[in-house]
Ligand binder design. Structure first.
Ligand code: TXA
Ligand code: MG
Length: 310
C-alpha cells in the first residue's frame, strides 16, 4: 500500500515479512541490490534494529521525527527481512513526521519498509494522484494525505564507529543543519570530497534518476523554441517561447523550501505538457538547494544505462 510522508509518498510493506518486501521490489521494478528504508515510530524502536553511535543519537534527537534517514550497522536477530538491506550489513532507519505515516506505522504495529512510491528511475510522487498515475491497479490502496510538505526525499547519513559520517543523499534536512549537530563536516560517498572509488554506499544513488519522459536541460536562462520552462525566482508570466501550459515556477519569491516542495509535482506537470525538453533555471546550492540540484542533475543525466533506482 502507498502512504504519505512529509517528504514523498512511500510504497510500504511489513519489514519483517520477506514476501511482502519482495512485492515492493516487483511493483517498483526495483533491482534487488538496492536496499529499502525501514520506517519506525520512535528512536526507541529504531534502536532495536540498528546500532546507534553517539553521533547517530545526536542526529536522531535533533531531527526525528522528520526527513532524515540514518544508515547504521544492523542488529542481528531482530526479525527484519534480509531483503530490506539487500545483503548489506547495515539498515536504513527513519522516523517520519507526517501524521498519516505515523498512524500507519502505529496501526501496523511493525516496522514499515518503504521506498518512494514511483516506478524505478522515475520522478518521485508527492501527491496521491501521482502514485495512482504511476501504478494504477498494481497498488491495492493509497492513503491520501494531500501534497507532501517537504517534497524532497530524506537526507541519508551513514554512521559507523570506525568511519566519519557520510552524507549518502542530500535531502530534506540541509547539510548545514546536520553538520552543526555533528560538529564536523559530512563526507561524500566513496570517501573524501567526492572522488568516489569502488561501490557506491547508497546503491540507489546512481546517475540517471528522477527522470521525466522529457529531456531536461539545466541552468537555462530562458527556454528555446518548443521547450517547457521551470523557473526559479521572480517571474510570474511565461517567458518568450513558453506558454501557460509549458511554464511553472519553483518559487517566485526564491525560497528553497517552497522550491523543494514544488519540484517533483512541477516536473511531472511540465512533462505532461508533452514538451520534448524541460529547461530549468539555475537554483542556488546552499541549504535545500543541494538536494534540489542533486535531483535535477539526475533528472538530466543520460538514460542509456540500466541504472538502479531511488
Ligand atoms: O524520504 C524518503 O526517504 C522516502 C520516504 C518514503 O521515506 N523514501 C525513499 O526511499 O526515498 P528510496 O528507496 O526511494 O530511497 C532510499 C535510498 C536508496 O538510494 C537506497 O539505496 C538507500 O536509501 N539505502 C537504503 N538502505 C540503505 C543501506 N542499508 N545502506 C545504504 N543505502 C541505503
Ligand atoms: Mg526513490
Amino acid at each position: 500500500m502507498a502512504f504519505p510522508t512529509e517528504t514523498v509518498y512511500g510504497l510500504g510493506a511489513n519489514a519483517l515479512e520477506g514476501r511482502a518486501v519482495a512485492r515492493i521490489f516487483e511493483a517498483k521494478g526495483r533491482p534487488r541490490f538496492n536496499p529499502l528504508i525501514v520506517h519506525v515510530a520512535s528512536l526507541d524502536e529504531a534502536r532495536a534494529f540498528g546500532e546507534f553511535t553517539a553521533e547517530a543519537e545526536a542526529l536522531a534527537r535533533a531531527f526525528w521525527p522528520g526527513p532524515l534517514t540514518l544508515v547504521l550497522p544492523r542488529r542481528e536477530g531482530t526479525g527484519l527481512s534480509d531483503l530490506v538491506s539487500a545483503g548489506l550489513p547495515t539498515v536504513a532507519l527513519r522516523v517520519p513526521a507526517h501524521d498519516g505515516a505515523r498512524a500507519l506505522i502505529a496501526a501496523a504495529g511493525v516496522p514499515v519498509a518503504a521506498p518512494s512510491a514511483n516506478r524505478s528511475g522515475q520522478v518521485s510522487a508527492t501527491a496521491a494522484a501521482h502514485v495512482e498515475g504511476d501504478f494504477g491497479a498494481d497498488v491495492d490502496m493509497i492513503l491520501d494525505g494531500g501534497p507532501c510538505t517537504a517534497g524532497i526525499e530524506s537526507s541519508i547519513v551513514a554512521l559507523t564507529e570506525d568511519a566519519a559520517p557520510v552524507l549518502l543523499r542530500a535531502g530534506g534536512v540541509a547539510r548545514e543543519g546536520l553538520e552543526d549537530v555533528l560538529g564536523q563536516p559530512l563526507l561524500s560517498p566513496g570517501g573524501g570530497s567526492g572522488g568516489a572509488v569502488g561501490k557506491p554506499q547508497a546503491p540507489g544513488m546512481l546517475t540517471s534518476h528522477y527522470a521525466p519522459r522529457a529531456g531536461v536541460r539545466l541552468n537555462a536562462d530562458a527556454p528555446l523554441p518548443g521547450e517547457a520552462f521551470l523557473a526559479f525566482g521572480p517571474m510570474s508570466a511565461p517567458p518568450t517561447n513558453a506558454s501557460d501550459a509549458t511554464f511553472l515556477n519553483l518559487s517566485e519569491s526564491g525560497h528553497l523550501r517552497e522550491a523543494a516542495a514544488n519540484l517533483f509535482a512541477h516536473l511531472r506537470a511540465l512533462d505532461a505538457s508533452g514538451a520534448p525538453v524541460i529547461a530549468v533555471a539555475p537554483v542556488p546550492y546552499e541549504g535545500l538547494g543541494e538536494a534540489i540540484n542533486d535531483r535535477l542533475r539526475r533528472a538530466a543525466a543520460p538514460r542509456d544505462k540500466p541504472d538502479g533506482d531511488v
